[in-house]
Design a protein around this ligand. Structure first.
Ligand code: ADP
Ligand code: MG
Length: 628
């Protein structure tokens, strides 16, 4: 192929412009990105060579070299990894494969701090080379292809790139940066490059080599020798002993694998021995990623076997509800050519998954149960970010249900956040048998729900479940330590022993004398309510809507409707407070009975967050009443 010029995909042009202009203040990260690509390329070769050892071409030692030419002002990142064919060079370096580009650009364009980690996260790290270079030349040959099928890709990082065939004996890739004049002074120095590599790439498990430098007394300057030396630690971080790793190293490693700009909330590093032998280094991020709700998203845990990278979306290693966990699991037992299918079935993998799940839960428990206020605050932060995902575990992980339930936090009538089941139980009144809960669309709606009135009056705490997944949670979690969860919006209130005999008797008497009115109400609302009955749950409100024990709650029915699903239509029950002035008026205002009855029903519906089937009818009735 003779030299051909191609235009970049439109998105690439925009990305290039943004990356070079907005990440300038953090320009040294280009080296991290290019070294990370070189290391990925070596991992890919190692992986493909498991089935086809010929790809090594008799040079099995994988490595990265960083070299420069001060006169030509070039800096080269060289690897002997998988390399690229012409098609691969065009598609990998000329188009953007990952989705989310628009979002990425919006975030770079925004006012926020220009976050250099974003470029790795969105798979555009290669382009960061253009922050410091006004031309990048990539010379590459894919492992296994003949020398004549080498490729040179070259671009000034504006609108287009050139592609031509070259002869290249060496497998792998050279990324040659032609540095801008103003950058050349800064980056073409051994000590500077070493220090950047030490900062960002120490944990890369391949050796990164640079030419040795020596003081030349005659020229009275440093000169480069032909000898090479390894400039990184070249030992996978997780394989090193815990006591040799600093907190800063753990943090930097986290950034590398997660592309998160924030430090992790907590992490755990262990070597597990026993039936299955493996090392785990697992992190809990401080912030939820944008795509956390995607249950199909790749897992955050990378699988290694004896330090050889195998795959980075090994969902068999972590349950879906812990998909926010990032890290590395390195097994000593699995075969190197382990396939996805094998992973699903392997008993070793099952043991790793169980062990790792327990570790993560343990890590969360130690924050949640810690005596330190700092840890407790961290746990609350975790809960705010990931609580809704953790709740999925109730349906997914039967084995750890109890541990999970203990980690859950809610709002309640007692506190706006951070209430655990255990806290609740410790505040239960004498004689209280159930854990009372109320699910609603928002905390404000929950707090002003008429259903809470009697509980307030009696000082009984109610958990307020205002997360979208809470209704689902309630259908999977029925009790905590033997105490049933009872929705205050379902069925008749039965405060059981919490109500004294005196109260019960009085309520019965009031209900008895209200009976004739109640019958009329039932007749007036027979098409709207399944039942109308008196209640003692209300104190200040005239009426409220409840659903039958077995029926779907109105809140859940609304959620389903929003999600475009058909909810079974069941009529609600109207409960009325016979002691309320409005009900007393009903008993005496014969001409307006019908209007009042319907208004009573509509208002109960509104108070509970529902929508009226016939809002115009409601308005007419209220208008009639107001103008009477
Ligand atoms: P990412 O690494 O997240 O995929 P990059 O922009 O850093 O995004 O790189 C884009 C793609 O270019 C890589 O996925 C890879 O296919 C290819 N690539 C980049 N550098 C190399 C290299 N040194 N060897 C082989 N392929 C490379
Ligand atoms: Mg990359």
């Amino acid at each position: 192929m003779t030299k051909q010029t191609h235009a970049f995909q439109a998105e690439v042009k925009q990305i290039l412009h943004l990356v070079t202009h907005s990440l300038y203040s953090n320009k040294e990260i280009f080296l991290r990105e290019l070294v990370s690509n070189a290391s990925d390329a070596c991992d890919k070769l190692r992986f493909e060579a498991l089935d086809n050892a010929a790809l090594y071409e008799d040079a099995p030692n994988l490595e990265v070299r960083v070299l420069f030419d001060a006169e030509a002002k070039t800096l080269t990142i060289r690897d002997n990894g998988i390399g690229m064919s012409a098609e691969e060079a065009a598609s990998h370096l000329g188009t953007i494969a990952k989705s989310g580009t628009r979002e990425f650009m919006a975030r770079l364009e925004g006012d926020q701090k220009k976050d250099a980690n974003l470029i790795g996260q969105f798979g555009v790290g290669f382009y960061s080379g253009f922050i410091v270079a006004d031309r990048i030349t990539v010379e590459t040959r894919r492992a296994g292809l003949p020398a004549e099928q080498g490729v040179r890709w070259s671009s000034e990082g504006t609108g287009e790139y050139e592609l031509e065939t070259i002869t290249r004996a060496a497998r792998g890739t050279d990324v040659i940066l032609h540095l801008r004049d103003e950058e050349a002074d800064e980056f073409l120095k051994t000590w500077k490059l070493k220090s950047i590599i030490g900062k960002y790439s120490d944990h890369i498990s391949l050796p990164i080599l640079m030419r040795k430098e020596e003081w030349d007394a005659e020229k009275s300057q440093q000169v480069l020798k032909d000898e090479w030396e390894t400039v990184n630690k070249a030992a996978a971080l997780w394989a090193r002993s815990k006591s040799d790793i600093t907190d800063a190293e753990y943090q930097e490693f986290y950034k590398q694998i997660s592309y998160d700009s924030e430090a992790p909330l907590t992490y755990t590093h262990n070597r597990v021995e026993g039936r299955s032998e493996y090392t785990q280094l697992l992190y809990v991020p401080a912030k939820a990623p944008l795509d956390m709700w995607n249950r199909d998203k790749r897992g955050g845990v990378k699988l290694y076997v004896k330090r050889v990278f195998i795959m980075d979306d090994a969902e068999a290693l972590m349950p879906v509800y812990l998909r926010f966990v990032k890290g590395v699991i390195d097994s000593a037992d699995l075969p190197l050519n382990v396939s996805r299918e094998l992973l699903q079935e392997s008993r070793d993998v099952k043991a790793i998954r169980e062990g790792s799940t327990k570790r993560v839960l343990g890590m969360l428990e130690s924050l949640a149960d810690s005596d330190s206020a700092d840890d407790k605050a961290k746990y609350q932060r975790f809960w705010n970010e990931f609580g809704a995902v953790l709740k999925e575990g109730i349906g997914e992980d039967f084995q750890n249900r109890e541990r999970l339930a203990k980690l859950f936090r809610f709002a309640s009538t007692h506190a706006d956040e951070g209430v655990s089941f255990a806290d609740y139980v410790s505040r239960m009144k004498e004689g209280q048998e159930a854990i009372y809960v109320l699910a609603a669309d928002s905390l404000a709606a929950a707090k002003s729900s008429p259903q809470l009135e009697i509980f307030r009056k009696k000082g009984i705490e109610v958990l307020l479940l205002v997360d979208r997944v809470d209704e689902w949670l309630l259908s999977h979690l029925y009790e905590f330590e033997g105490k049933p969860l009872q929705s205050v919006a379902k069925g008749a209130v039965d405060l059981g022993k919490l109500q004294d005999e005196e109260e019960k008797k009085q309520a019965e008497a009031v209900a008895e004398s209200f009976k004739p009115t109640l019958e009329k109400l039932q007749a007036a609302l027979k098409d709207r309510a399944k039942e109308v009955r008196t209640t003692t749950r209300l104190v200040d409100s005239p009426a409220c809507i409840v659903v039958d024990e077995g029926d779907m709650s109105a809140h859940l029915a609304r959620l389903l409707k929003q999600a475009g699903q058909a909810a079974p239509k069941s009529q609600p029950i109207l409960e009325v407070n016979p002691e309320h002035a409005l009900l007393k008026r009903l008993a005496t205002d014969e001409p307006r009975f019908d209007d009042l009855a319907n208004i009573l029903f509509d208002q109960a519906l509104l108070a509970e967050g529902g929508q009226l089937d016939d809002p115009a009818g409601y308005v007419q009735r209220v208008t009639r009443l107001l103008s009477a």
